[in-house]
Design a protein around this ligand. Sequence first.
Ligand SMILES: [Zn+2]
Length: 227
Amino acid sequence: MRRVIKFIGVFFTIFIIVAGIYFISEKVRFNAVVIHHSASSVDNYQSIAEFHRRERGWGDAAYHLILSNGSTEIPLGFLEATGRYRYLAPSVATKNMYYNLRAIHICVVGDYDKHQMPERVQAALIDVAHQLQEKYWIADDKIMFHRDCSSSSCPGRLITKEKLQRWLASETSRCPILLKMQHEKIIGGAWNLVPLAGRAVAGFGGQAFGLLRSLLLTGPLPGQPLA
Ligand SMILES: [Zn+2]
């Protein structure tokens, strides 16, 4: 009888430790969202990945997530996850190593140096930002632009901090429910494909890197977070 109680005790302890690692490794993996634009009018995951493989020699698109502007067969506002998101790999989208590792990089298709972001795309972007914040416990001041991390006009001169602040504060209900569900599926499903060991390494590895960096380097981190 005592052996049975001991076995149950050990089993539950292991269960709680594994469940704890599973839960916390997700929350510590990312600490920021970095927004980009494609600087093109027609694009999607497939074409961006092809371009980055061919022109830059990267194994996948530089970003974690790509938001459609409806210029291809991917409907407007639909989200696509690249291999980097599915396997929690670092991005190569900026010259800032810290935010390449610690941030989720999302590319909105469109050229926002030249055109205003259509309202429906903007509503979809804000819904994605809110869902990512909730899933990974990301603070409001960590919704950033590429140009906060390294020298670039990305995500376009027509997208300003004032606009972003206003959009973030506005109702997310402007995003249609079917789109919200599509975002939820992409954002939620991808991470679950990663086995526990990989998840723990990716989650705590990122955290360890951030800690090491703050111990070794003094002064603020590169890039100005949203004021
Ligand atoms: Zn960018």
